[in-house]
Design a binder for this molecule. Structure first.
Ligand SMILES: NC(=O)c1ccc[n+]([C@@H]2O[C@H](COP(=O)([O-])OP(=O)(O)OC[C@H]3O[C@@H](n4cnc5c(N)ncnc54)[C@H](O)[C@@H]3O)[C@@H](O)[C@H]2O)c1
Ligand SMILES: [Zn+2]
Length: 343
């Protein structure tokens, strides 16, 4: 398992980390935004290095950009002892890590995640990859970075919508594993959090789950809470004016799946109300026209290895405890979306 370093002074900690590594060359991969906002935070004291920036955005997390990255690595003459640094959000970490772990059968890489989402979620677990012909994360590998350096300093320039999107994963961590953590979030204004503490707590929750089940054969599935219906919303509105950020879609997923948890796995109505109220307070409610519902439901069955009408969910038994492999029908999902629309 990778080692996670929490830093309060990324410039110094990164330089000191590098001084302990043995490598031939140093290559930094980032996107157009992190080149502008994050690279200056580490660039000043860095030893000699090459860098490459691709255009920001999920649409560029594809084979074409990988080709450009591999070409750049080749042009730079990187050998198997070159160290790659991925400086950016989940797109940079997933794709830069994928390129590094396939170049010359794999060279070492370090992730410096710069969005809340990538710090609390993508930074742990070794999942790397790219989107392919419309399928998200379709091509990829499991490989751990040699280290992950996390600093909340980067969050200062992150657009607020992106911060709120990442916060959905934090809320999820409380709901699936830690009731006190969830209560603590509820008692605070979400924008004024101690992000450093939040990140450390969330990373430790995700790490504990992933370490027990690295390849997602069982327990790791609880991290999918909110994601089965959430992904369907995310995909359905992807190329539309109602486009949702990942966490905004997962917030809808958590409300609807909390409803299913109440119906199927013992979550009380009081707990369901608490969850819905809190998520609506932070994310608001989007209007879901009745005409969209059928297609959204059918997208749920395309998620991973489900039968056409028996969908596998991770659901809450209570706040802080999550079960997995619970089967719901398309009718159950329709009821859950009807509940969301009624709020
Ligand atoms: N590997 C995993 O386990 C895992 C887990 C969750 C998500 N993901 C992947 O992560 C991606 C989503 O992550 P994301 O939300 O970080 O996306 P992202 O990398 O696209 O970052 C979101 C936006 O913020 C910008 N940005 C990043 N850091 C910034 C900063 N400090 N200041 C200003 N702007 C900044 C980026 O340029 C981008 O425009 C998806 O592709 C998803 O599949 C992977
Ligand atoms: Zn997620």
């Amino acid at each position: 398992m990778d080692s996670v370093i929490f830093s309060s002074s990324i410039q110094n900690d990164f330089v000191s980390f590098l001084s302990r590594q043995v490598y031939t060359q140093l290559g930094i991969i980032m996107d157009s935004n992190t080149e502008k906002y994050c690279y200056p935070l580490i660039a000043e004291k860095l030893p000699a290095h090459k860098h490459f920036a691709f255009e920001a955005g999920e649409v560029h997390k594809n084979l074409n950009t990988c080709t450009n990255i591999w070409q750049w690595m080749t042009d730079c003459g990187f050998d198997r002892k070159t160290l790659i640094i991925n400086l950016g959000g989940g797109v940079t970490g997933d794709m830069g890590g994928f390129c590094a772990s396939t170049y010359k059968r794999g060279i070492p890489f370090v992730n410096i995640p710069t969005t809340l989402l990538s710090q609390v979620d993508a930074s742990v677990g070794g999942k790397l990859g790219i989107d392919f012909n419309g399928f998200k994360n379709h091509i990829g590998v499991f490989t751990d970075p040699i280290a992950v350096l996390i600093s909340d300093e980067f969050l200062k320039t992150l657009p607020q919508a992106e911060l709120r999107s990442g916060y959905a994963e934090v809320i999820k961590h409380g709901l699936i594993q830690h009731a006190d953590y969830f209560s603590c979030m509820k008692s605070q204004d979400w924008e004024n959090q101690d992000w450093k503490t939040i990140i450390e707590k969330s990373v430790s929750i995700k790490k504990e789950v992933v370490e027990k089940d690295p390849k997602e054969s069982g327990l790791r599935k609880i991290l999918n809470f909110g994601h089965t219906i959430g992904h369907a919303f995310e995909s359905y509105y992807l190329d539309t004016a109602r486009h949702l950020l990942h966490g905004e879609a997962i917030a809808i997923g958590m409300i609807t799946e909390a409803f299913l948890s109440h119906k199927k796995s013992g979550l009380t109505v009081e707990e369901l109300n608490q969850i819905s109220e809190f998520l609506l307070e932070v994310y608001g409610r989007i209007d879901v026209p009745p005409a969209d519902v059928t297609e959204i439901i059918s997208l749920c069955s395309q998620d991973k290895k489900n039968d056409a009408d028996r969908i596998n969910f991770s659901l809450l038994r209570k706040i802080g405890q999550c079960d997995y492999n619970i089967i719901c029908s398309l009718e159950d999902i329709e009821e859950a979306i009807t509940y969301y629309r009624s709020l």
